[in-house]
Design a protein around this ligand. Structure first.
Ligand SMILES: [Zn+2]
Length: 280
């Protein structure tokens, strides 16, 4: 290589480094925040300003129901499209005025369970690396349900089962582009907030409201609970679940809980049963 070429190469590398640093987001945030249990924490409380970047995944309000340390992961995308991760530690102090809860709610490594049931909705999310397919129990229960439906000449199939954080990013971005964020939020989950990432949820047959008029749906509505599945987003529960009626979306919760939620045909939601919110 000639001296001139080495010089040009050096210059290019310098320029790239300079551009990279100039276009790296500048973020002003509190690394640690001490709060009281059940305080309302909004993202502005720990995130002051982002310049040259866009926040990808923070919710507007943070749940402080659980006492102890809570890590909040933030992802910021720079103008160049590079994603950087930041973390805020929330230290939640016990508030003695809060009456002991009926349910055993736990958050371990960013995954919330209530009485051992994984909860994912607009208030409870999953870490981006969580999940790797439908769980064995879910798949087995589905196959049993599918066989039982077949006996009645009904055809059930999984249209969409497990979706990774990345899959959901693509799906959600597509709907936001089509309908805008406000509308997209009524039927598509933000990355990390999709029940499909649990490996316990599936969309069956057709993601069309007309699916509610099919024989397959009528059968599912009466029988899915026998296999441990619940109709996760029932009609007229939009305010509670945060999602429109989805006759195609089923969530595996196990037979014990699905019987309770079936509620003799008047489906209860996980939010009603466990008295939890579903809000960004
Ligand atoms: Zn679904």
């Amino acid at each position: 290589m000639t001296n001139k070429n080495t010089f040009s190469l050096g210059l290019i590398i310098c320029l790239v480094v300079i551009i990279y640093f100039f276009l790296t987001p500048i973020i002003s945030l509190k690394k640690e925040l001490k709060v009281n249990q059940n305080d309302i924490i909004e993202k502005e409380d720990f995130l002051e300003k982002i310049t040259l970047g866009k926040l990808l995944n923070a919710k507007d309000k943070v749940s402080t129901l659980l006492v102890g340390e809570k890590k909040i992961n933030l992802q910021v995308k720079s103008i160049l499209g590079l994603v950087k991760n930041y973390q805020v530690t929330l230290i939640v102090k016990e508030n003695p005025n809060i009456i002991s809860k009926k349910y055993d709610i736990k958050e371990v490594n960013g995954v919330t369970t209530i009485n051992g049931v994984i909860i994912v909705n607009k208030s409870y999310s999953l870490p981006s690396d969580y999940g790797n397919g439908l769980t064995t129990d879910t798949l087995k229960a589905f196959q049993e349900m599918q066989n039982a439906a077949k006996e009645e000449n009904l055809n059930l199939f999984i249209r969409s089962g497990f979706r990774s954080y990345l899959d959901q990013t693509i799906v959600y971005d597509k709907w936001v582009k089509k309908d805008g964020q406000e509308v997209a939020d009524t039927y598509s989950a933000r990355p990390g907030y999709s029940e499909h990432q649990t490996g316990l949820a599936m969309d069956l047959n057709s993601i069309d409201q007309d699916f509610a008029d099919t024989k397959e749906f009528a059968w599912l509505n009466e029988n899915a609970y026998k296999y441990g599945f619940i109709l996760r987003y029932p009609q007229e529960k939009e305010e509670i679940t945060g999602y429109i009626y989805e006759p195609w979306h089923y969530r595996y919760v196990g037979v014990e809980l699905s019987k309770e939620l079936y509620n003799n045909g008047n489906w209860l939601t996980l939010e009603e049963y466990f008295e939890i919110d579903s809000k960004y």
